[in-house]
Structure formats: structure tokens, C-alpha cells
Design a binder for this molecule. Structure first.
Ligand SMILES: [Zn+2]
Length: 300
């Protein structure tokens, strides 16, 4: 199982920013410690070319992002203080997901990006810690190169994949599926191909039942050549931002369900981490480790 990881995933953000950057380095260390992944499975992605990221993004937005010309409100909405390092990091994350997608298609199995899942990024604006949209870029790239005919995005982060939904709205070869907290960020939801809004406090039982129901039908109806799985662990009941009532076991079962549904049908999966804001970073790391374990198990 190939895993994309670059040291720059861990960005030095000032105190007070909510995004727990350290989880990326901790996750890699924990995966090695538990023997889920070996050092040789990690690879360092390159930096995405401008031509590739422009497949999903507006040229003027990219120019202003690259050159540090964001307004104050744009910077605030992104969640990050602008820096050249931040922009470079984002390009490496994008390339990580793209290279993972190519690798999982080549091997017919699963690949993991220890970052990414930047589903709030729109074609022309940053939002909620997402500057560029990795699944949208990777989808357009694979379609343009005629590597795939159909893509299914399974977005199980607790926040709706609003950017992905809008960027891909007019692309019939990509199906966007988002299961998310109905009352959670973003306040204004876009329309995915399939949205499953969840009530605050949604339990394991309800969550998993809904997922099983939609997942099987979507795979059957769309016959995807690849599944892009956003496996955010902010669905946990312990999450500061999540509002759902899903347990650690429930979250692991969710991952197992997605991976099993794909592996039994020989559908390759690229997986990107998404959110996770439990107060104890070890909880976040453990939930992500469980995702890796589930992925390993499904393809062995
Ligand atoms: Zn999230």
C-alpha cells in the first residue's frame, strides 16, 4: 500500500489556528510504530504543475494565490495565514492525491495520502483550510488523460464537500456523494449528486445504515473506475466541530464498509485524510490509523 507523505505537510501555523497540523507527522510515526505501514511504502510526491491545477481552478484565482494577493477576508476564509510555504505545501498535497490516484489505478488496490481531502476549495476561492481541491483536480486529470471513464467521490467528512460539489456539478463522469452534518459548516451547502444530511448526535447504527444503503446503490449505478474517499474523522463524537455521535468503532466500521465495498468489486481507491478536531490529537491519529488498517485488511 503506497502512502504519500511529505515533510511540508506539517506547516508551521501560528498559535490560535484550529487546524492540527501536527497530526500528519504523528500519524506517520504511529503507522510505523504499529507496523501498519513500513518505511518503504511511503513516497514523497512532487509539486503539482500549474497546468494541472488549472484543470479545476480559475486562472485569476490561482495567480492571486500564488503571488500572495489575497484580500484580508480571503485569507480569513481560507483559515491559513498566506505564505509561500503554505502555497507550496498545497501544491505538494494536490500532487500527493494525484500520484496516489495513478498508483492505485496501476496496482488495482488502495493508496493513501496523509493529507488532502480539501473539499471546501472552490474553483475561484479558498475556504475552511482548503486552498485547492485535490479530488476535483485528480478527477479532471484522470478523465483528460483517458485513464478512467467514471469517478465516484465518497465524502464522509462531517462537513459537506461544497467545493467539490460545485466544481464538478457539470461533469457527468464524476459523481459526488457527501454524508455530512446537516447543521454543520458550511452554512450554505452546495448540491452534490447525492447528499445525505445527518442530524446532530447521529449514532453509529443510523450512520452505518445510511452509508451502506447509499454506497451499494451508488457503486452499482455509476460503475466507477476509481473511488476517491475523503475519510475525515471529524464524525467522532469527541470532535470539537463534528456534532455527530459516532464512536471510534463506528468510524472504523465506516472505513471498513467503504474499503470492502470497493475491494470486493476490484475498484481501486485513493484515500485522503480530511478533517479531525478531537481535543486530544492522539484520538485523531488513532482514528486515522484505523483507516489505514481497514485499507490494508481489505486488500490482503
Ligand atoms: Zn471536516
Amino acid at each position: 500500500m503506497d502512502v504519500a507523505y511529505a515533510p511540508c505537510y506539517v506547516l508551521d501555523v501560528p498559535e490560535g489556528h484550529r487546524f492540527p497540523m501536527q497530526k500528519y507527522a504523528l500519524l506517520k510515526a504511529q503507522l510505523l510504530h504499529e507496523g501498519v505501514v513500513e518505511e518503504g511504502h511511503f513516497f514523497t510526491p512532487g509539486i503539482m504543475s500549474e497546468d494541472t491545477l488549472l484543470l479545476a481552478h480559475d486562472a485569476e484565482y490561482w495567480r492571486r494565490t500564488r503571488d500572495g494577493l489575497w484580500s484580508r477576508s480571503e485569507e480569513r476564509r481560507s483559515g491559513f495565514p498566506w505564505s509561500t510555504t503554505m502555497v507550496e505545501r498545497e501544491r505538494v498535497i494536490m500532487q500527493g492525491t494525484l500520484e496516489c490516484a495513478e498508483r492505485c489505478l496501476a496496482s488495482g488496490t488502495v493508496t493513501m495520502n496523509i493529507a488532502g481531502g480539501t473539499h471546501h476549495a472552490y474553483a475561484d476561492r479558498a475556504e475552511g483550510f482548503c486552498i485547492l481541491n485535490d479530488f476535483a483536480i485528480a478527477s479532471f486529470h484522470l478523465l483528460q488523460k483517458q485513464i478512467v471513464k467514471q469517478v465516484l467521490i465518497v465524502d464522509c467528512d462531517v462537513h459537506q464537500g461544497n467545493g467539490s460539489a460545485l466544481i464538478l456539478a457539470d461533469e457527468p463522469r464524476v459523481t459526488t456523494f457527501s454524508m455530512h452534518g446537516a447543521s454543520n459548516y458550511p452554512l450554505h451547502k452546495e448540491q452534490s449528486d447525492v447528499d445525505v444530511p445527518l442530524l446532530d448526535g447521529t449514532s453509529d447504527e443510523v450512520y452505518l445504515h445510511l452509508l451502506a444503503e447509499h454506497l451499494d446503490r451508488l457503486i452499482r449505478d455509476t460503475c466507477p473506475d476509481i473511488v476517491m474517499y475523503q475519510c475525515g474523522v471529524d464524525i467522532l463524537s469527541t470532535d470539537k466541530l463534528g456534532r455527530l455521535g459516532v464512536s471510534m468503532q463506528g468510524c472504523a466500521e465506516r472505513d471498513r464498509m467503504v474499503f470492502d465495498a470497493c475491494s470486493t468489486r476490484d475498484i481501486p481507491v485513493v484515500c485522503a485524510m480530511g478533517g479531525g478536531y478531537s481535543p486530544d490529537v492522539n484520538t485523531v491519529v488513532q482514528a486515522h490509523v484505523n483507516t489505514f488498517r481497514a485499507a490494508q485488511d481489505a486488500w490482503t
